[in-house]
Ligand binder design. Structure first.
Ligand SMILES: *[C@@H]1O[C@H](CO)[C@@H](O)[C@H](O)[C@H]1NC(C)=O
Length: 203
């Protein structure tokens, strides 16, 4: 799921401000620091299908399709690498996952109007639903992103607790991140859909 412009693009985007290109398999004596993966599993070991291939999208689908979509959002994501890394470290979440959700939800904020979606129901880079949460802060602020990622980790923890036998991939593959409670989730198939596969491939 890596080996693409997008992968390196996201790495560059969330790489450190010193301009390092962290790569864990290097044998160079100048080993860069290991890329921060947070507390919810190593996404590079997780299986994903990428975005769904159906009759309407035979070309832009699968892992390559997701990567292409993420790549298209890179420019809009440019203001946020530091913010995303800080918030990721605070909540112990892989910044690549946060970046991927931002890409999927709001294309780096580029499709939002004053932070709101077209229907005026979802707010911020990660598109918190105002019917469920009370969004705090401005749409691209640290305060708001901390809230949104906190919602994400609360959900992952709830799934971990409810389904203690599932593995890290299944715990992370929660769907859709901000729209409903976890009551409806019963089997791993319930958390394995286009949304999560697309997000993982983008990450
Ligand atoms: C988690 O379990 C699923 C279903 O059995 C499997 O396909 C996947 O490879 C597992 N992932 C990890 C990281 O163990």
């Amino acid at each position: 799921m890596l080996s693409s412009v997008v992968f390196w693009g996201l790495i560059a985007l969330i790489g450190t401000s010193r301009g390092l290109y962290p790569f864990t398999h290097s044998t160079s004596p100048h080993l860069p620091p290991r890329l921060y993966r947070g507390c919810y599993g190593d996404i590079m070991t997780m299986e994903t299908l990428g975005t769904t291939c159906d009759i309407n999208s035979l070309i832009n689908c699968g892992i390559r399709g997701s990567e292409t979509f993420a790549e298209m959002d890179l420019r809009a994501m440019k203001p946020y690498p530091t913010l995303i890394k800080e918030v990721g470290q605070r909540h112990c979440v892989d910044p690549a996952v946060i970046a991927a959700i931002i890409s999927r939800e709001s294309h780096g904020g580029s499709v939002l109007r004053d932070g709101w979606d077209r229907g005026g129901l979802k707010f911020g880079l990660m598109q918190l639903d105002k019917q469920i949460y009370h969004p705090v802060g401005t749409w691209d602020s640290k305060e708001h992103l901390l809230q949104a990622v906190g919602v994400l980790t609360d959900r992952i923890k709830a799934i971990q607790k409810k389904f203690s036998t599932w593995n890290v991939t299944q715990h992370l593959k929660d769907r859709p991140y901000f729209e409903s409670g976890i009551e409806a989730i019963v089997t791993p198939a319930d958390v394995d859909d286009d949304y999560v596969n697309d997000v993982l491939a983008r990450a």
